[in-house]
Ligand binder design. Structure first.
Ligand code: 5AD
Ligand code: FES
Length: 362
């Protein structure tokens, strides 16, 4: 006979079957799961929520992921590349407003000009912030040498979502060529960890063909890999992408949203001391989506500080929130939202992953 959710939540460790059962829970069972993850979050992480000011500085991308709105093959996108001085201005804004950290994200490029430019930007951000701003980068797959150069220039965290730990599923949602190989993605994550980055990964929840077992395996992969930070968001179909053809296989947006919350809750139970970001895609489905994620386990939020005129062009998925707001509006709005979720903003702090400290102490 299968165990009750209550019994599972009292165990010290979770099997794959337990995880699947938790991911499928609803009603009172789901409530019990959220109560547990919320309790663990308060115990191990506390109420602090850390900001990462997000600058999506360019949507120019050489990749062609079948789900993504800014893939190279989408000719309906106005491509932009924000000037260095504007990026630095955004970083200065984050510094002046005590954000503690910034995230630089863009479409993927690995030409020399790009690599040199990022190296220079990282040094400049360190300089303008008196070495105080923490810097996370999310710039896709690169050579180990590039990762090392960027690390030496001042980046100390890297986000690279595995998208799915299941190779077959990964291959279904990417073109079949060497530019989109699961092995490369894995090798990149390993390089980042070896270099010494706080290493972040994540998956999309509710992609076509994905099963509960896939998702349970994704969580176990994160644990096995000893990852420091995770960002997981619901998959949101974009009508200018090839994957849109499979929209009939999707669960409802609301179900994808709930399932993402359960993924975050189970992950918090599995990995008590990591940083978990509350993904913007949650807010695209539910206006209070990110706050709900903070309550049940997430502790990181990434307010968008990209200069407003370009926000509408960084649409990985449709219905993206906050594309009309300026950075100041976001700060005020975030503060109100986090207070509402009973959190406290860790102003002026890096808010590093405790897991990283624990893992590297060993
Ligand atoms: N829906 C949700 N998330 C998406 N991403 C890309 N396209 C979509 C989409 N349609 C996510 C991927 C990628 C991150 C930058 O954005 O997980 O790693
Ligand atoms: Fe951007 Fe609210 S988070 S306006």
């Amino acid at each position: 006979m299968s165990k009750s959710i209550q019994q599972i939540l009292e165990q010290d460790s979770l099997t794959k079957e337990n995880i699947i059962q938790l991911l499928q829970s609803s009603g009172d069972d789901e409530k019990a799961l959220f109560a547990k993850s919320s309790e663990i979050k308060l115990k191990y992480i506390g109420k602090n929520v850390y900001f990462r000011g997000l600058v999506e500085f360019s949507n120019i991308c050489k990749k062609d992921c079948l789900y993504c709105g800014i893939r190279a093959g989408n000719k309906n996108v106005d491509r932009y590349d924000i000037a260095d001085e504007e990026i630095l201005k955004a970083a200065k804004f984050a510094y002046d407003n005590n954000y503690g950290s910034v995230v630089l994200q863009s479409g993927e490029r690995s030409d020399k000009q790009f690599v040199d430019r990022i190296e220079n930007l990282l040094k400049e951000i360190k300089k303008l912030s008196n070495n105080e701003l923490g810097i996370t980068i999310s710039l896709g797959e690169q050579t180990k040498e590039t990762y090392q150069r960027w690390y030496d220039a001042g980046a100390h965290r890297y986000l690279l979502r595995i998208e799915s730990s299941n190779r077959e599923l990964y291959e279904k949602i990417h073109p079949q060529n060497e530019n989109h190989a699961h092995d490369t993605r894995l090798a990149c994550l390993k390089s980042l960890q070896d270099i010494g980055y706080q290493t972040g990964t994540g998956v999309m929840v509710g992609i076509p063909f994905q099963t509960y077992e896939d998702l349970a395996n994704d969580l176990l992969f994160m644990k096995e890999f000893d990852i420091d930070m995770v960002g997981m968001g619901p998959f949101i179909e974009h009508d200018e992408t090839p994957l849109y053809e499979h929209r009939d296989k999707l669960m409802s947006l609301n179900d994808r949203f709930r399932l993402t919350l359960r993924m975050i809750a189970v992950l918090r139970i599995l990995m008590k001391d990591i940083n978990i970001a509350s993904a913007t895609a949650l807010q695209a489905i539910d206006p209070l989506g990110r706050e709900k994620a903070l309550r049940i386990g997430a502790n990181i939020i990434m307010p968008n500080i990209t200069p407003t005129q370009e926000r509408a062009n960084y649409l990985l998925y449709q219905n993206k929130p906050c594309i009309d707001e300026g950075a100041d509006d976001c700060t005020n709005c975030m503060e109100a939202r986090i207070n509402m979720a009973d959190g406290e903003i860790g102003y002026g702090q890096w808010g590093d992953s405790k897991h990283y400290a624990n893992r590297t102490k060993k």
